[in-house]
Structures are given as C-alpha cells and as structure tokens.
Design a protein around this ligand. Structure first.
Ligand SMILES: Nc1nc2c(ncn2[C@@H]2O[C@H](COP(=O)(O)OP(=O)(O)OP(=O)(O)O)[C@@H](O)[C@H]2O)c(=O)[nH]1
Ligand SMILES: [Mg+2]
Length: 148
C-alpha cells in the first residue's frame, strides 16, 4: 500500500510551505511553490490548484495519496478563494487552519465563515509560522487523528 500523507492546500503565499516544513521538521528555503511537492509526511499543493476550478480534478487525484487535508485560509487577506462546499468534494478528513495570526487583522470572522461555507468542521487551528504559535497543537492533533 502506498504511504498516505497530509495534503496541504491554500491560497498563494498563505504559508503552506512554511507549515509543511514544520510538520516535516525540515529547515529549507521558501520559494513560490509551482509544483506538487511530496515531503516526509506531507503533500504541498500549488495554490493554482485551488485558484482554478478546472484544476480541482488534479487535487482530487492527489487526495488518493492523503489521509487528511489541511485547508488553509490567510487571515491577513480578505479573499474568497474556495468554491462553496469545496471540502465536501474530498473523501479524506479536512482540518481547518487560519494562518498568519501574528499579523493584526479584522478578518477573523471572515476566515471562520469561509471555512464553514466550504464544509470544514471545527475545531479550527490558528497558527503563526512566524512566531510558531499553534503549530505544536496542530501537529499533535493531526497525528492523533491519524492513529484513530
Ligand atoms: N507574518 C507571517 N508571515 C508568514 C507566515 N507564514 C508564512 N509567512 C510568510 O509568507 C510568505 C509565504 O510563505 P510560504 O510558506 O512560502 O507560503 P506558501 O503558501 O507556500 O506560498 P506559495 O507556495 O507561493 O503559494 C513568506 O515570506 C513567509 O515568510 C505567518 O504565519 N506569519
Ligand atoms: Mg509554497
């Protein structure tokens, strides 16, 4: 059986690669991620896949290799990046993450609403890759979920 991973999706620059590096305990350079990158525990999905609805089929194919999907929203931006019910198109579990929580923002409610309308269930994890807050709790939750 193929090894299953945590698939990480989110809009451009929301902090996907920063997060997968933490999950994989890897300290590498950050570059704009154009291709799908398989890490030790993760699949880092290019933002283009969620920005273009016709590319959803690629994500659904990638999800065959995933036991869960981390769905990120960027709290520093007010954007609607996912289509309605997005997460329901996938078989695997979806975990909601609100990133860049170190930056001042008025978008908290907008982020929560967005995760709800795309079909991601609470709890949502608020993280900062910059300050490291919320990361340990998220990683612990993910690996506990995997054991179940
Ligand atoms: N303030 C702040 N900046 C962050 C955070 N996470 C990532 N960044 C910064 O945001 C930029 C993009 O981070 P990446 O981890 O490359 O984001 P990404 O989603 O992989 O980006 P793409 O692959 O280009 O879609 C970098 O300059 C990071 O240092 C965060 O939690 N807080
Ligand atoms: Mg990236």
């Amino acid at each position: 059986m193929r090894k299953k991973r945590i698939m990480v999706v989110g809009p451009k620059g929301c902090g996907k690669t920063s997060l997968v590096n933490k999950i994989n305990d890897y300290d590498g350079p950050l570059r704009r991620t154009q291709d799908t990158i398989y890490g030790k525990h993760t699949i880092d999905v290019p933002s283009a896949y969620i920005e273009n609805a016709w590319m959803y089929k690629h994500m659904i194919a990638l999800a065959q290799d995933a036991w869960c999907m981390v769905v990120m929203v960027d709290r520093s931006k007010r954007a609607q990046v996912y289509s309605h019910g997005f997460a329901r198109a996938f078989q695997c579990l979806a975990v909601g993450v609100i990133s860049k929580c170190d930056l001042p923002s008025e978008n908290e409610e907008h982020c929560v609403r967005q995760l709800k309308t795309i079909g991601v269930q609470e709890p949502y994890f608020r993280i900062s890759n910059e300050e490291g807050t919320g990361i340990r709790e998220l990683i612990r939750y993910l690996f506990e979920l995997k054991e179940r």
